[in-house]
Structure formats: structure tokens, C-alpha cells
Design a protein around this ligand. Structure first.
Ligand SMILES: *Cc1c(COP(=O)(O)O)cnc(C)c1O
Length: 453
């Protein structure tokens, strides 16, 4: 039964709240859940129903909801000050967090520029790399190379390097152009190969572009190890390492967008560690605060930083900043989250959960409409197709992924798909029993919806 309070909130939501990435006509005709509380891996709605948060509240939550250590850290910071600016002033938690991030980040990263979301973390890396070359006297290096299927955020710069048509096509006339290299989405190979005749032609195409255009290219931006919004596309081992060595060879900076892959999702703290890669920029957001506060950071090297030094009137400063840059509450939450990582050896403890996750996912291959199951760490993408043989997709109007996920709510599990790719990305703190429940609900939901197609 729905309470009067729930009904009222739903009515007001539909009257006033415009939801992100949402066809509001569909929303207005839906029966939306209103989340009121969270506890561990669970979200609790206004009527007290509990749901497992199978996508970590859109890939952000790391240690579960209501973790006392993070709650306490935010409250303690509130007892001091909620916000002060980094424009012209320092603040305690941002200094402590910068030091702590540098300690755990890939080798060579020494400087931290704070902002408040993943898109801005990317904008900052794009602008810094552009300005770096300009100030080094290489004015021709003004472009970027990015990958097919990339997602880097929703601001204009980050959209320009992105390539998911439904997100960016409408805005193309306003975006700058970027070189586009094929990303190894091996299930649907961008260069038309299959596993038996693959000679990593995608890498060759990447190198050819660099060979021809490196004089025009400031930086390469990549989602290391797996592309998130494209559908949890896991690159074959060695790909990232090869991209790093090619960018080095051709004098192109490397921006690792770890907004989704960072903070343990791949089974390592950062995806770059999976292939022992050190980028020139590391973009962090989503899981940075454990999923408690909006905060982002762009890390870079001393080499980049030094190119911005000079006399004031040379105007070499990085003229960029956001009002809430380095917000103390966000930094306090991030410090508490990193403390949990360290104290509880979270990364080390993931092994058995990842093993179980892999095992639980095996049976999906038997479903007649599951084209591919991709998994790394505690992340999975299950691609649903109309025809397994031809890999033909379902028509967009049949809303298969969406309906499958809606039906999982009856089993007490919340997942949000990317088109017809069902995504599973629970908090790292998920219990084994909860993980089982999430995967079982996904199986049941997919089976139920695709069987009647
Ligand atoms: C989510 C995401 C972003 C954008 O982050 P926002 O905080 O939503 O602006 C950028 N890059 C990647 C890889 C992401 O997954």
C-alpha cells in the first residue's frame, strides 16, 4: 500500500522535478520510487520498502549507505565550517586530501586540482593539456584524440570528446571536433574483425592517427580498462598499456578518466594499476567521497604544473575554478572513505567477492537473449540482443533493458540499464548474500522480459 505521503511526493515530483537522462512523458506515466533513507547496500523508500542498490546510486557508493565513519567525518567538519573558498585561501581538509590522493595515485602525479563533478574534472584536464602545449610554444597541438563509444560527461568540452550518439548528437553543431580511434568493443568489433582473426587492428588505427596527426594533438583521453556508459566494455589486457606507450612515443599527453573506474571498481584502487600505467592526468569523481558528497579532482604531474609558472603578468595561470572547489565537507567525506579503504584493506578483501560474482554470472550465457556478459572486478554489463546469432539489437521502442530492470524491483533490487545493457555495479561493501540476491534478480528479470519478446 502506498501512503498519502508517498502519493503526494510522487505528485509533486511529477509536477516540478525534471529528471536527468529521462523521457519525462514515460516518467509521468510511471510509478516512481521515492527514496527516503539508505542503510548498507539498501535503499529504503517512503513506504519503508527495502531495495538492494545494485548500481551504487549511479556508480558512486563505495562502502555502503550510512557508514558511521563517513557520517561522523561530515558532521565533525560541519562543526568547524561547511565551506570556504580555495580562491586565495587554503582549507584544512583539501590539503589533507590532496596529500592522501597523491600517496595512492599512480606514479608521477603530484598536483591536485579540485572541482565538483566528473565532467568538470575532465574539462580541467582538457584545458590544462591544451594550455600546457600553448605555453610550451607548441601552438599547433590543439586537438584531442578520443575513442569510439567514449563518455566523459555532459559539459561541452567533455561532450566533444564523447561519442555516444544519443547523448551528444543533438549538440554536435556546438562541439569541437576530435580525432576518433576505435575502442576494442570486441563483441561488436569497430574494425570488423572477430576473435580468430584479430591482430589488434584497432591499435594500429590508433597509431596511424598519432603518426599522421601527433603535431596537432594535445592529449588522448581514455576510460582506462573499461568504458562505463558505453555499456561496461572491458578492453582486452594490454590495450591500455599499449595506448600509454604509443602516446609517449608520439608526444601526446594521456588523460585517464577514472571517474567511473576509480576507487576499487576493477578490483584495484585505480584501473591504471591493472596495467601498471602512469597517465599525465587522472580524473576522479563519483566514488571519491564514497558517494556521499559531490567532489572531483584532476591530478597531474610536476611537468605539467611547471608550465603554468611565471610572472603574474605573463598570464600563464590556470584561469579556471568553481565556486565550491575543494569544499571541506566533500573533502572530509573523501578522507573518511580513504581511511576505510586503508584500515579495512578493502581492495585486498575484494578477491572472494569478485570470484563469486564471476561464478554467479556464468549461467547468463544460457539465456537466449543474452549476447554477451562482460565483467571486471565488481562491475558487469549484460548485453541483451534480439538475435544471439546475428547480434541484432532489440528495437529501441521495446525498452527491453528498462523493462527488465523495472521487473527486478519486485525482487527488491534496483538496477539501471544503459539501453539494453543491464549494469550491475554494487557498492564494494556488498555482502556475498546480497550479491547473490542482486544477480538472481537480474537473471529472473531478464528471463521474464525477454521470454515474451
Ligand atoms: C559519470 C562519468 C563522468 C561524468 O561525471 P559527472 O559527475 O556525472 O559529471 C565522466 N566520465 C566518466 C567515465 C563517467 O562515468
Amino acid at each position: 500500500m502506498k501512503s498519502d505521503r508517498t502519493k503526494k511526493l510522487q505528485r509533486l515530483d511529477k509536477a516540478h522535478v525534471w529528471h536527468p537522462f529521462t523521457q519525462m512523458k514515460e516518467w509521468e506515466n510511471s510509478d516512481p520510487l521515492v527514496i527516503d533513507k539508505g542503510q548498507g547496500s539498501y535503499l529504503i523508500d517512503t513506504d519503508g520498502h527495502r531495495y538492494l542498490d545494485g548500481v551504487s546510486s549511479l556508480w558512486v557508493n563505495v562502502h555502503g549507505h550510512g557508514r558511521p565513519e563517513i557520517d561522523r567525518a561530515i558532521k565533525a567538519q560541519l562543526g568547524k565550517i561547511a565551506h570556504s573558498t580555495l580562491l586565495g585561501l587554503g582549507n584544512t581538509p583539501s590539503i589533507e586530501l590532496a596529500e592522501r590522493l597523491i600517496k595512492i595515485a599512480p606514479k608521477g602525479l603530484k598536483r591536485v586540482f579540485f572541482s565538483d563533478n566528473g565532467s568538470t574534472a575532465v574539462e580541467i584536464a582538457l584545458k590544462m593539456s591544451f594550455q600546457y602545449w600553448e605555453q610550451k610554444g607548441f601552438e599547433g597541438k590543439r586537438k584531442f584524440i578520443a575513442f569510439t563509444g567514449a563518455y566523459h560527461g555532459d559539459t561541452f568540452g567533455s561532450m566533444s570528446v564523447g561519442e555516444i550518439d544519443i547523448f551528444v548528437k543533438k549538440y554536435r553543431p556546438l562541439l569541437f571536433s576530435a580525432f576518433r580511434a576505435p575502442y576494442p568493443y570486441c563483441y561488436r568489433c569497430p574494425v570488423g574483425k572477430n576473435s580468430s582473426d584479430c591482430k589488434t587492428e584497432c591499435l594500429k588505427a590508433f597509431e596511424d592517427m598519432l603518426k599522421k596527426h601527433s603535431g596537432e594533438i594535445a592529449a588522448c583521453i581514455i576510460e582506462p580498462v573499461f568504458q562505463g556508459a558505453a555499456g561496461m566494455i572491458v578492453a582486452p589486457p594490454g590495450f591500455l598499456k599499449a595506448v600509454r606507450s604509443l602516446t609517449k612515443k608520439y608526444g601526446v599527453l594521456l588523460i585517464a578518466d577514472e571517474v567511473a573506474t576509480g576507487f576499487g571498481r576493477t578490483g584495484r584502487m585505480f584501473a591504471c594499476e591493472v596495467e601498471n600505467v602512469a597517465p599525465d592526468f587522472l580524473c576522479l569523481a563519483k566514488g571519491l567521497t564514497g558517494g556521499y558528497m559531490p567532489l572531483a579532482a584532476t591530478l597531474t604531474t610536476e611537468k605539467i604544473y611547471k608550465a603554468f609558472l611565471g610572472r603574474y603578468e605573463e598570464y600563464k595561470s590556470f584561469f579556471h575554478g568553481h565556486t565550491y572547489t575543494g569544499n571541506p565537507l566533500g573533502c572530509a567525506a573523501a578522507l573518511a572513505s580513504l581511511e576505510i579503504f586503508e584500515k579495512e584493506k578493502v581492495i585486498k578483501g575484494l578477491g572472494p567477492k569478485i570470484e563469486l560474482f564471476k561464478k554467479l554470472l556464468e549461467r547468463f550465457d544460457d539465456l537466449p537473449h543474452v549476447g554477451e556478459v562482460r565483467q571486471i572486478g565488481l562491475v558487469a554489463g549484460i548485453e541483451l540482443v534480439k538475435d544471439k546469432k546475428t547480434k541484432e539489437s532489440f528495437p529501441a521502442r521495446s525498452r527491453v533493458g528498462y523493462r527488465a530492470c523495472l521487473s527486478m524491483r519486485d525482487s527488491g533490487v534496483i538496477l539501471r540499464p544503459l539501453g539494453d545493457i543491464v549494469v550491475i555495479m554494487p557498492p564494494l561493501s556488498v555482502k556475498k548474500s546480497e550479491l547473490k540476491k542482486i544477480v538472481e534478480a537480474a537473471y529472473k528479470g531478464i528471463k521474464e522480459i525477454t521470454e515474451v519478446q
